[in-house]
Write a protein that binds this ligand. Sequence first.
Ligand code: GRF
Length: 203
Amino acid sequence: TRIVVLISGDGSNLQVLLDQAAAGQLGGDVVAVVSNKAEAYGLERARMAGVATAVLSNKDYADRDSFDATLMALIDGYQPDLVVLAGFMRILTPGFVRHYAGRMLNIHPSLLPRYQGLHTHQRAIEAGDEEHGCSVHFVTEELDGGPVVLQARVPIFAGDDEAIVAKRVRVQEHAIYPLVVRWFCEGRLVMQQGNVFLDGALL
Ligand code: GRF
């Protein structure tokens, strides 16, 4: 399975995927890492792993459609079976999302459908939630709204700040994202007509 990972920043989720791929535990290969930010540390992680990198700055494009069209051509040049969004901080156009329907995953730092969008940890703390977490989902045209494959839960304790909650969630992200990617690579995870099946069973 050929995997292209899209990032915008640190790439700690990318690192886990790279490590597991190198250990032969992912069931696929990360063939390229694409960032919309030249300064993203994840690019360095990819280089250290010997993986091809590319930068496509959205600032060089007049509008979302032309950026996404160029990004799509760049990604397709690597002939991926799976596109993994790992901290890619861009809203994608419907045409882009449709093109990768059933073969694009994202990880979101909340228990979807709660807290779509940004600042999820802060919002969970402010709401007084005692439970929070992260979700891996297939990407559909609805932002952070595609069918969820797997979630991990963490507690929020009284007095926790955003940084500590983010850290607690991130540990769980690193546990569940490679697992879901592996299921996809092994052909066990399929999205059809908006429904997700694992080992043939509807999730
Ligand atoms: C993660 O919190 C992920 O849930 C969100 O962006 C962050 C990426 O972190 N979509 P990293 O770049 O993988 O460290």
